[in-house]
Design a protein around this ligand. Structure first.
Ligand SMILES: CC(C)(COP(=O)(O)OP(=O)(O)OC[C@H]1O[C@@H](n2cnc3c(N)ncnc32)[C@H](O)[C@@H]1OP(=O)(O)O)[C@@H](O)C(=O)NCCC(=O)NCCS
Length: 201
């Protein structure tokens, strides 16, 4: 986390909402994900999305590709992982970009601002990197709270059916969304193999 210009993560307020907090200051803290968090994160994603998540178009972009390690964040409280967000590298028409998700918060801990704070941490960290933008498939009213807006119809194409009204984008750099368009592919492994890299023989 050193060197990152992260938002205020000492959470005495409800991020992304105009509503005042109705509870005392939450005790949870956001930190970078570690390998030891993997099982707890998997349990959160299973509870939040169920096995159907693997059939979704967005999930196809994650198959065989590791998330960006520096952009995985967890919310911790009393030694437990309350929520998690990860970002995957993707290619949009040949441009390296990010896919937000999965984002999942423990069912018993929802409505405390954890989801918004996790995304704010991830977005702030992503702004330190080379990516021009983040895409996701999700509910605009929620993700608009951290700056996402609907992508123009047809601008980007997922590798499978998605509801175009749920395809959202966020620029990480000035004009970061304006120059991306086309087919979304998995990072690295879906890149066409050129003759030089084929290793024939
Ligand atoms: C979506 C999710 C991550 C939200 O986490 P959270 O920690 O409860 O969210 P926050 O506390 O930061 O924000 C809560 C606010 O967002 C609103 N909100 C939550 N989900 C929403 C949605 N899908 N659409 C619109 N608003 C939503 C809540 O009503 C609440 O509003 P309020 O502040 O006006 O009361 C959590 O419900 C979850 O893990 N769901 C299951 C997995 C999932 O659906 N992930 C997102 C995939 S698109």
């Amino acid at each position: 986390m050193a060197g990152l210009n992260l938002p205020d993560l000492n959470l005495g307020r409800r991020p992304g909402s105009d509503k005042p907090m109705s509870q005392p200051s939450p005790a949870w803290q956001i930190r970078t994900e570690t390998a030891a968090d993997a099982a707890a994160i998997e349990a959160l994603n299973e509870a939040g999305f169920g096995p159907g998540r693997f059939a979704k178009s967005a999930w196809r972009l994650r198959e065989g590709v590791a998330p960006v390690a520096s952009l995985g964040f967890v919310a911790m409280e009393d030694g437990a992982v309350r929520g998690s967000v990860r970002f995957w590298p993707i290619s949009i028409g040949g441009t390296a970009a990010l896919l937000l998700g999965p984002l999942a918060v423990d069912n018993a801990q929802r409505g405390r601002g954890i989801g918004i704070a996790l995304m704010q941490a991830g977005i702030a960290a992503a702004k330190q990197g080379p990516w021009p933008c983040i895409l996701l498939v999700g509910d605009e009213p929620y993700y608009a709270r951290v700056g996402f807006s609907r992508m123009p119809p047809g601008r980007v194409r997922f590798p499978g059916p998605v509801d175009p009204e749920r395809v959202l984008g966020l620029s990480l750099q000035p004009g970061g969304l304006l120059n991306v368009s086309g087919q979304i592919r998995r990072a690295q492994i879906d890149d066409p193999v050129c003759a030089d890299g084929a290793g024939v023989g």
